[in-house]
Design a protein around this ligand. Sequence first.
Ligand code: ZN
Length: 211
Amino acid sequence: MAQENHQKSSSFAFLSTFKSTFINNPSKTSSTITQTQLTLLNRTDPEYEMVKNLFAITPKIHGIVKLKMQTKLENKHEKYKKFLVNYSVRKPNTVTYKMFHGTKRWPLCDLLMFNDQGVVIKKENENPSYCQNHCGLCGILQQGNRKKCSKSSKKMWFAQDANTSLNYCEYGTKTKVMFVIDCLTKTPPLNVFITGNEKATLSRVKTRAEF
Ligand SMILES: [Zn+2]
């Protein structure tokens, strides 16, 4: 569906650069993803526009990257979504909320993909490498949101307003990295969604913007 179009329309795709491993399961038509796939969205992409519109005040956006997380994380999330839908007798889109999640990152992190001037620093066929530690960006990209990485008593925070998430981003840098996360809850969140349930969250998009 749309994903193929995104890959074609993107100015470049990171699929090949991440040495993603695909394990074909003959019993299923889809393949298993063991490493997050990143695809830079074009400004003309409808999904780019959708993410941009989530910001109450549009910042200077340097890049919006679509994420396809590991299959095991995606499956857990989908299973929990089905549970919530059945439990609360609702449709899937009424238990899913797009929320922001700010994070800190290593100043020279390869996964930033752009420098402070918004210029692409990683191009197709280059191999960015994940930081070993102290980088929230690389941590989330590799493992999803983890409650053990939270400093708030193993609770993870997500906000509807990007300005709230700014407080969790790297201090003192012009550009901030923020994720857009699908959060599952049967109760509509009032600005923030706080949870210790990892499968209730799934990263969909990584943004880099000047606030
Ligand atoms: Zn990093």
